[in-house]
Design a protein around this ligand. Structure first.
Ligand code: SF4
Length: 108
């Protein structure tokens, strides 16, 4: 499967996974496109659509916690920010993602 097709399949799959958790893709379509492209590349290189904005720890158990969408592993923190780290997903009622605060997990 080529990169454009894989991007679309991830878009379809992720939309169905994050929706029941109260999230949606950010309304910033350019960011969505860039991040999905980066995830497809990570998947091609490392075997899974890892988070484009996090370093992989290098062991499987921890790596899986930054496999997109990683919301279940970081739910409390993301719910406080109303977005995920990369900003690929935001709470369903967010229309201005640039206005959302970002802070490290230990400040949540
Ligand atoms: S921070 Fe966002 S983009 Fe990164 S893996 Fe988690 S859900 Fe995906």
């Amino acid at each position: 499967m080529g990169t454009p097709e894989r991007k679309e399949s991830l878009r379809y799959l992720f939309d169905r996974v994050v929706g029941p958790m109260g999230y949606k893709f950010t309304p910033d379509g350019v960011l969505v496109d860039e991040l999905l492209e980066a995830e497809v590349k990570l998947e091609q290189d490392f075997g899974a659509p890892y988070c484009p904005c996090q370093m992989r720890p290098g062991n499987r158990a921890e790596d899986m916690q930054i496999c997109c969408p990683c919301i279940p592993f970081h739910r409390e923190h993301f719910d406080t920010m109303r977005r995920c780290w990369c900003g690929l997903f935001v709470h369903k009622d967010v229309s201005d993602p640039d206005s959302l605060p970002q802070f490290p997990p230990d400040e949540g």
